[in-house]
Design a protein around this ligand. Structure first.
Ligand code: ZN
Length: 230
């Protein structure tokens, strides 16, 4: 990147807690990671947490599996409890970035309340806009490591093993075109109200997620900078 710090130094020290939303395949995980590194934030990924539950043998695991295997979102109470725990248990000095949550209006309202009650103040919400067509195209190429969940973008099924942990690289079970379409439709319905809510609060930043990873990151950082100028 040409300019290393698009956000001024003094703005970096007062960066809000962040929430990044977008359909699966929008690249929110990658963008969250980049922002976490740039601003020294603690990245919290609800999807990852759910996948951890799925691979466990808890009683929750079955309940989550039933929903997610239909292409639906996970039971909301699990995500809700997890978010609350993260917001309250981490030191306030540790600024957080939530990737993919809260998605539903109820969760969003609660999360905002928790952010304030915990003394963290109001978070900023970034939404990555990506068309269904682009999502389908991207997810067709998405593979993950069965062990460490690292995401790989590949044109053909992989012949090699994960370069981080040596695990097997597989297609995610919920990454079939039919389930992706279900997920997208469900996401749109759920997230529409949530975005409206954040917009009304004046804390929503919308970004074109169809650009390259670097371009998208730049737009996010620029818009965060603009927000602080207001
Ligand atoms: Zn791996």
């Amino acid at each position: 990147m040409a300019k290393k710090y698009l956000v001024k130094k003094e703005d970096q020290s007062k960066i809000n807690n962040l929430i990044i939303l977008g359909p699966s395949g929008s690249g929110k995980g990658t963008q969250a990671e980049l922002l976490a590194r740039k601003f020294n934030l603690k990245m919290l990924d609800g999807g990852e947490y759910l996948r951890k539950i799925l691979s466990s043998k808890s009683k929750e695991s079955k309940r989550v599996a039933e929903k997610m295997n239909k292409g639906n979102l996970a039971p909301t109470d699990i995500i809700r409890d997890w978010m609350k725990m993260q917001i309250f248990s981490r030191p306030i000095s540790r600024v957080l970035i939530f990737s993919g949550q809260p998605r539903m209006l109820g969760e969003a309202k609660l999360a905002l309340k928790w952010f304030q009650e915990s003394g963290r103040g109001i978070p900023l919400v970034i939404f990555l806009k990506v068309s269904n067509r682009e999502v389908l195209k991207r997810l067709e190429k998405r593979y993950i490591c069965a062990k460490c969940k690292k995401v790989y973008t590949l044109d053909a099924p992989p012949k090699k093993f994960c370069k981080i942990c040596g695990g097997k690289i597989i297609k995610r079970a919920d990454d079939t075109p039919k389930l992706i379409k279900n997920r997208l439709a469900y996401f749109k319905i759920q997230v529409a109200q949530t975005l409206k809510f954040f917009k009304k609060k004046g804390i929503l930043i919308e970004v074109n997620g169809e650009q390259s990873v670097v371009e998208t990151h730049k737009e996010i950082v620029r818009k965060i900078g603009d927000y602080f100028k207001k």
